[in-house]
Design a binder for this molecule. Structure first.
Ligand code: GRF
Length: 208
């Protein structure tokens, strides 16, 4: 059974999708061992408590440098014995230490079809605002391994979602979550825990 650490900063609906997937057997070979929030008071912490999952806060602003924050986060994850780290709406950029200690073990969900509408500054509603501004007819979500390049790591899974006339960023965000994020994130974590993901030449192979 692999230990899954989930890093959050906000409402935690993707965390909820992982908790549900664990309960209903979509994730069979992993268990959420802890939730770490980058912010005090994030509702995701409440979700962890309700499900008896140990929850901690490691906030960037409590540390004087990125390196100190990076080290504290890495130590917490080591202490928890994490085998895989899932960024489920975690807003702080990761440092070098965590990326090297957990190489190809950190999974992120991004609410667009990478390489569109991604990279530095593309988070939250901004992603959907830009998609609507551009006028794309299809958007979606991407699950990928985390590398030093923001939103640039090897892609594990993607799912397309239709953009509809009259969409607001909020409506589109909700549709992308419901139809894509909450589906492909648990599925990707499940594949990882089943030992079915292999990174080769910067690309993910899904083993049968
Ligand atoms: C999601 O849109 C996710 O793709 C992005 O941040 C948001 C987090 O939402 N990285 P939640 O906290 O899981 O509800």
């Amino acid at each position: 059974m692999l230990k899954i650490a989930v890093l959050v900063s906000g409402g935690g609906t993707n965390l909820q999708a992982l908790i549900d997937a664990q309960k209903n057997g979509i994730i069979r070979n992993g268990r959420i061992c802890c939730v770490i929030s980058g912010k005090e008071g994030a509702y995701a912490l409440e979700r962890a408590k309700q499900n008896d999952i140990p929850a901690y806060v490691v906030a960037r602003k409590s540390y004087s440098s990125v390196a100190d924050f990076d080290h504290a986060l890495t130590e917490k994850l080591k202490e928890a014995g994490a085998d895989v780290v899932v960024l489920a709406g975690f807003l702080s950029i990761l440092g070098d230490e965590i990326l090297s200690v957990f190489e190809n073990q950190i999974i992120n969900i991004h609410p667009s079809l990478i390489p569109s509408f991604c990279g530095s500054g593309y988070y939250g509603l901004r992603v959907h605002e830009e998609a609507l501004k551009y006028g794309v007819k299809v958007t979606g979500a991407t699950v990928h391994f985390v590398s030093k390049v923001v939103d640039g790591g090897a892609i594990i899974a993607q799912k397309a979602v239709e953009v509809k006339d009259g969409d607001t960023p909020e409506i589109l965000q909700r549709r992308v979550m419901e139809q894509a994020e909450w589906v492909i994130l648990p599925r990707a974590v499940s594949l990882f825990c089943d030992g079915k993901l292999k990174v080769e030449n910067g690309k993910v192979l899904i083993l049968e």
